[in-house]
Design a protein around this ligand. Sequence first.
Ligand code: ZN
Length: 143
Amino acid sequence: MPTQVPVTEGAFTWPSDAPRLIGSRCTNCGNHMFPAQDGCPRCTGSETERVELGTRGTLWTCTVQGFPPKAPPYIGDDNPLTFKPYGVGYVELPGECKIEARLTEADPDKLKIGMPMELIFIPIATDADGNEVVTFAFKPAEN
Ligand SMILES: [Zn+2]
């Protein structure tokens, strides 16, 4: 078994039996942010606390990434011959915030705005040390 390492330090709890995204919450107005920020863009407050975000939400908007993106620095299979399209979208976590994430579903016919989604973690690449690089994604919820 290769060791699994998170694609971004601090974006989610890892390793964990039930990993969660780590966001921040403004202690002044209650605004949630992901990735976590030290300041609040809504009320310009500077007091935030780290919170583990919910794992289920609804699809707010989405598109299908049909070729390897150039930026931001892309980690994954960037060979145009073997690259597999994937969905990207925003999932709105109820009472929290919208999360920009990969979607496991790449068929636009199977992605409907407002559909329930749940958080999962998927391997996307192998790093130079042979570790499996893991990122978060959302998949259509099963119920
Ligand atoms: Zn605020």
